[in-house]
Design a protein around this ligand. Sequence first.
Ligand code: B12
Length: 212
Amino acid sequence: MDKKSILADLKMSVETWDVELAKKSAQQAVDAGIAPGEAVEKGLGAGMETISQKFDAAEIYLPQVLAASTAMEAALKVFEPHMKGNSVATKGTVVIGTVFGDIHEIGKNVVAAMLTGAGYKVIDLGRDVPIENFVDAVRQNKADVVGASALMTTTVIGQKEILEMMKEENVVAKSIFGGAPCNEEWVASIGGDAYCASGGEAAALVAKLIKG
Ligand code: B12
């Protein structure tokens, strides 16, 4: 199978919430030597884009979005071991999580896997993470960067609260933020260091932040 067809199958597996196709085409991508980052962005991510649009247009509902997420997660599990760098992580430490009140974690997981693959030590706090846990984890691990995902207009405020609490407690690290309601203007308004629109950009942005 050629690369184009494998990427098309990955996309379709999310669009049709076909877990078996997701796993099978992810394995085919690995076997064909397609970079996991590319497979995630151009295959699975493109599929999730369709799902988002259909959800917005009320053509599908939450159970279908959940089913599509399950397919995406199944494929990500296949890619994960191939995204991990095989050298010792030396580039720096990144604490990452999805903010309090928010259970969306696919994007955060993609970013965590990409950063791990690029050679960073990633401390993944999971989803629905209380603000103080971000701050504690940065302090305890002497992290270089804190990254927080927020997918809802109601939870994006958590990104601001992380920075406020870090300031109050004199915890210093660079910051990077992402998720649907987040953009450059928002990040600038809260005094964050970088906005990241996709997993593909995460490693380069983090490298830039650490270099200063
Ligand atoms: C999948 C999904 C779900 C799944 C989540 C499954 C999971 N395990 O994560 C399920 C079905 C569980 C779900 C639930 C809900 N959802 Co939902 N969901 C989505 C959907 C369709 C796609 C999100 C996604 O996974 N995208 C794919 C990933 C790969 O992309 P991404 O998240 O954008 O991440 C990339 C970049 O943004 C960036 N990035 C993201 N975070 C970060 C962080 C850092 C540090 C960096 C560097 C980069 C980065 O890199 C990522 C990788 O490329 C979005 C629509 C959308 N436009 O986002 C709605 C959406 C976010 N959901 C929405 C809603 C309302 C809900 C619910 C409240 C629904 C309900 N009524 O119960 C609940 C949430 C409950 C809660 N408390 O959190 C709304 C939010 C609206 C708002 N208020 O702002 C959206 C926008 C849909 C809509 N248009 O209405 N959802």
